[in-house]
Design a protein around this ligand. Structure first.
Ligand code: SF4
Length: 63
């Protein structure tokens, strides 16, 4: 199964980790946002790593 959708729930503390792990998908300013129009399936491992590493567990994805 490939990742088709990625989103950030409320509560991001803007630690910057998600952008550090996968700058192709995550952009962190005041809060993290998901860059649109990306082939998320190409960054599956990094997206999963970012979701697992997020200290407040607000990174979600669906396949
Ligand atoms: S890792 Fe989590 S808390 Fe940190 S910037 Fe990304 S979404 Fe926000």
């Amino acid at each position: 199964m490939a990742i088709k959708k990625v989103w950030i729930e409320e509560g991001c503390i803007a630690c910057g980790l998600s952008e550090q792990i996968c700058p192709e998908v995550f952009k962190v300013n005041d809060v993290a946002t998901v860059i649109e129009g990306v082939d998320y399936s190409a960054y599956e491992a990094q997206i999963k790593e970012a979701a697992e590493s997020c200290p407040v567990e607000v990174i979600k994805y669906s396949e």
